[in-house]
Design a binder for this molecule. Structure first.
Ligand SMILES: Nc1ncnc2c1ncn2[C@@H]1O[C@H](COP(=O)(O)OP(=O)(O)OP(=O)(O)O)[C@@H](O)[C@H]1O
Ligand SMILES: O=P(O)(O)OC[C@H]1O[C@H](OP(=O)(O)OP(=O)(O)O)[C@H](O)[C@@H]1O
Length: 219
C-alpha cells in the first residue's frame, strides 16, 4: 500500500485541523510539538504521512501530487488558482473576504473612480474588481497589517479578511462590500482521487460525518 500524504496549512487553523484528523482516527498529534524541527510525520501502521506547510504552498503540493490531500483556507485556494478538487468545507476558520476602508470611500466605489486597493490577495482583488465589477483599480500587494494602508494614504481601500471586525473598528475602518465567505477546505489531488478513490472517499465521508455531528452539537 502506498503512503497517503497530507499537507496542512500552518498557523491559526493548524491545531483545529489536527484535532479533526485525530477525531476520525488519523493520528497526527506528533506535529503539535512546537519544539521539533522535524518536518514530516510518518505513521507506518496506517501508511500515512502528515506535514505542515505555509498556507500558500499547500495548493502547490496538492496540485503536483506531493500531497494527496490538503487542508487550507478558501482564500488561499482562490488566490493560488491551482488545479485540484475542493471536496469538503471543514467549517473552521470562518471569516469573510471584504473590501474595507473609511466610510467616505463608499462613494468612490459607487462611482467607479480609479482607486488604489492594498491587499495580500492581488488575485482575488483583481478578479473581483476587473471581472465582476468591471472597475479599473490599481492593486498594491502588501504582506500584512493591511489596515494600515488607507490610514497612511497608501490606498483608498483594502481587500482583506474580516473575522470579528475588531481590527477594522479599532482603526476607524468599515466593511464596504463583501466579496466571499471563507473557511478551511479539504482539497485533493486530481490523480490521487482516482487511484486512491476508496481510501480518500472514506476520509471525506468520515470527516463530513464528524463535522455534521459537531455542528448539530453547536460546536
Ligand atoms: N481573522 C482571520 N485573519 C486571517 N486569517 C483567518 C482569520 N480567520 C481565519 N483565517 C484563515 O486562516 C488563514 C491564515 O492563517 P494565519 O493567520 O495563521 O496565516 P497568515 O498569518 O495569514 O500567514 P503568513 O504568516 O504566511 O502571512 C487564512 O488563510 C484564513 O483562511
Ligand atoms: O476581523 P478580525 O477578527 O479583526 O480579523 C481580521 C484581521 O486578522 C488578520 O490579520 P492577521 O492577524 O493575520 O495579521 P496580518 O494583518 O499581519 O496578516 C486579517 O488580515 C485582519 O487584519
Amino acid at each position: 500500500m502506498r503512503y497517503l500524504t497530507f499537507a496542512l496549512a500552518k498557523g491559526r487553523m493548524a491545531k483545529k485541523t489536527m484535532e479533526l484528523f485525530e477525531a476520525i482516527g488519523l493520528p497526527c498529534e506528533e506535529m503539535k510539538d512546537e519544539g521539533t524541527r522535524k518536518l514530516i510525520f510518518v505513521n507506518e501502521e496506517l501508511k500515512l504521512r502528515f506535514f505542515l506547510a505555509k498556507a500558500n504552498d499547500v495548493p502547490t503540493y496538492v496540485e503536483y501530487g506531493a500531497a494527496d490531500i490538503g487542508i487550507v483556507g478558501k482564500d488561499t485556494i482562490l488566490e493560488e488558482g491551482r488545479r485540484l478538487y475542493e471536496v469538503l468545507d471543514l467549517g473552521i476558520g470562518k471569516c469573510r473576504m471584504c473590501v474595507c476602508g473609511p466610510k467616505d470611500a463608499a462613494d468612490k466605489l459607487k462611482h467607479h473612480e480609479l482607486i488604489r486597493v492594498a491587499t495580500k490577495y492581488p488575485g482575488i482583488a483583481k478578479d473581483y474588481f476587473y471581472n465582476k465589477k468591471h472597475q479599473t483599480v490599481e492593486i498594491i500587494k502588501l504582506n500584512g497589517s493591511i489596515e494600515l494602508a488607507p490610514i497612511v494614504g497608501l490606498s483608498e481601500v483594502i481587500v482583506d479578511i474580516v473575522e470579528t471586525g475588531s481590527t477594522l473598528r479599532e482603526n476607524g475602518l468599515t466593511v464596504l462590500e463583501e466579496i466571499v465567505g471563507l473557511s478551511a477546505r479539504m482539497v485533493v489531488n486530481q490523480v490521487s482521487m482516482k487511484i486512491e478513490h476508496e481510501r480518500i472517499s472514506r476520509i471525506i465521508t468520515d470527516m463530513r460525518a464528524l463535522i455534521q455531528s459537531r455542528e448539530q452539537d453547536g460546536r
